[in-house]
Design a protein around this ligand. Structure first.
Ligand code: DAK
Length: 258
């Protein structure tokens, strides 16, 4: 069985973590496959990715506890590195990545969703960082990314208490942008992706880079990052065509990614 699958639908790629028997828990094999699948995405023809989990119950129920329980220190470090590398690859992936969270997003699952640009979830979703109850800290960026998304106070509460939160609470605190029924989840993610892929791809990519690179800088330096990326758009055909279409009071006829 292929633990990570990929489907291309027009400009949209759908990556599915497919290990439902273990609620899509992340073992070394899944992480390595995820890395390979992401590396293989053709950026010429793909403008947005959706990341989801197989089955009705779970996005990702965390790192694989059975595998982790047997790791030596060196193996633990290696496991952590494989995970951190692929999570960072997703976070800095040139095109937007939408997490469609279809159930449990615990530990490494919550952290994986946090590596994505946008999260939406089904009504049965459950988010949490249960690590301190297992004697470890969040290890795939949870101590850093959760606080950046929901604020330091809420992140600390979730991490210190190891309490899970339901979909509505995740929406209330801004962890997800939308809650919908399980049946509609993938379609809702595709609707967002379709809106993204209609826009000028180079400008979308530059916006992602500007937000990601600027967020941890002071405003004086952050704004310089924006200036450079803004300037780079003026070398593109899409900028010329987009503005020309506006001035001629017509819709742009499809951006070319050039
Ligand atoms: N790992 C391995 N197997 C898991 C799993 C997990 N995280 N979560 C579920 N499973 C497996 C169960 O063992 C069970 O397998 P069988 O017994 O059928 O063989 C199957 O999935 C179905 O699970 P349940 O029978 O438990 O299903 P329930 O509906 O009763 O409960 C549950 C669902 C999600 C509430 C429960 O399965 C659960 O609490 N799972 C564990 C959730 C959790 O604690 N996740 C966080 C893991 S810690 C690191 C970086 C990062 C990390 C670690 C290190 N480094 C830098 C080194 C990350 C750590 C984590 O993510």
């Amino acid at each position: 069985m292929e633990f990570v699958t990929y489907e291309q639908e027009g400009f949209i790629g759908v990556v599915t973590i497919n290990r439902p028997k273990a609620l899509n828990a992340l073992n070394t094999e899944v992480l390595e496959l995820l890395n390979k699948v992401v590396d293989a995405v053709d950026l010429e023809k793909t403008r947005a990715l959706i990341l989801t989990g197989a089955g009705a119950k779970s996005f990702v129920a965390g790192a694989d506890i059975s595998e982790m329980s047997l790791l030596s220190k060196a193996e633990g470090e290696n496991f952590g590195k494989i995970g951190n590398d692929v999570f960072r690859k997703i976070e800095t992936f040139p095109i937007p990545v939408i997490a469609a969270v279809n159930g449990f997003a615990l530990g490494g699952g919550c952290e994986l969703s946090l590596s994505c640009d946008i999260r939406i979830c089904s009504e049965n979703a459950l988010f949490g960082q249960p690590e301190v109850g297992l004697g470890i800290t969040p290890g795939f960026g949870g101590t850093q990314r959760l606080a950046r998304v929901v604020g330091i106070g809420k992140a600390k509460e979730m991490i210190y208490t190891a309490s899970n939160i339901k979909a509505e609470e995740a929406y209330r605190i801004g962890l997800v942008n939308k809650v919908c029924s399980a049946d509609e989840l993938l379609d809702e993610a595709k609707k967002i992706a379709k809106k993204i892929v209609r826009n000028a791809p180079i400008a979308v990519r530059a916006s992602k880079k500007a937000i990601n690179d600027g967020i941890s800088l002071d405003m004086d330096n952050a704004i310089v990052i924006e200036e450079k990326l803004f300037g780079s758009c003026f070398e593109t055909e899409d900028q010329k065509n987009g503005m020309k279409a506006f001035l001629e009071k017509r819709k742009v006829e499809g951006f070319t990614n050039k």
